[in-house]
Design a protein around this ligand. Structure first.
Ligand code: C5P
Length: 221
């Protein structure tokens, strides 16, 4: 159990639609922690690639990533790429389709991971993504692996996209998630996998608040 006043690090991983961002955001609010959405950073890099038309030119993209600045505001709700707010741009279907192929490039991961470790250097943070428990913060105080059934994850993503007026179908969303999961779990560098010492939480059929309360209880505050 962590004592009051200690600056904890909570690392959380899981596949697309497992509820990581919503849960982590709420835990951050409840415990007064910094929230780090690591996926947003790979998405911002994808926006950078689209802007410079370097989606397939990784040598050029790596150079651009080394020179770019990615910052957050409003405790992770807003993300800026070279001072421009790209919070909406990072959620487009085009970015969804491209991001996993860009995130698998080792040189890009090295840059982004270094940045994430700097953000979390003083603790007091909940960070979520695909390799937070295994690579970015392997010594985190708490490690959580969130999961949910494919059907439920697709339904959640579909509802989210509908609320953004994105014209799509449940089947398209399910296929997109399956393809992305397959790429994220089978890549050579930092694939998505549960850390051995992570607490596994299946969020299927659970409300956000139930999962949040469970994690807050684990942290012991
Ligand atoms: O979490 P989110 O769905 O926004 O992540 C988008 C993509 O970014 C993932 O599908 C994955 O390819 C990549 N990612 C990653 N490592 C992380 C977080 C996200 O490779 N820590």
């Amino acid at each position: 159990m962590v004592k009051l006043g200690e600056r904890v690090t909570i690392a959380m991983d899981g596949p697309a639609g497992s509820g990581k961002s919503t849960v982590a955001r709420k835990v951050a609010e409840k415990l007064g922690l910094l929230y780090l959405d690591s996926g947003a950073m790979y998405r911002a890099v994808t926006v950078l690639a689209i802007q410079h038309k370097t989606q397939t030119n990784m040598v050029k993209l790596i150079e651009l990533v080394k020179a770019c600045e990615i910052t957050f505001d409003d405790n992770g709700k807003k993300i800026f790429l070279n001072s421009a707010d790209v919070s909406d741009q990072i959620r487009t279907p085009e970015v969804n389709r491209l991001v996993a192929d860009i995130a698998k490039v080792p040189e890009i991961r090295t840059e982004i991971v270094r940045h994430q470790q700097k953000i979390g250097a003083d603790g007091g943070i909940i960070a979520e993504g695909r390799d937070l428990t295994t690579v970015v913060f392997p010594h985190a105080d708490f490690k959580i692996y969130l999961d949910a059934s494919m059907q439920e994850r697709a339904k959640r993503r579909f509802a989210e996209l509908q609320s953004q007026n994105v014209d799509t179908t449940l089947e398209t969303v399910e296929n997109e998630i399956k393809t992305r999961d397959e790429k994220d779990t089978s890549r050579e560098h930092s694939p998505l996998r549960p850390a051995e010492d992570a607490t596994r939480v299946d969020t299927t059929g659970k409300t956000i608040d139930e999962v949040v309360d469970f994690i807050v209880k684990i942290v012991g505050k």
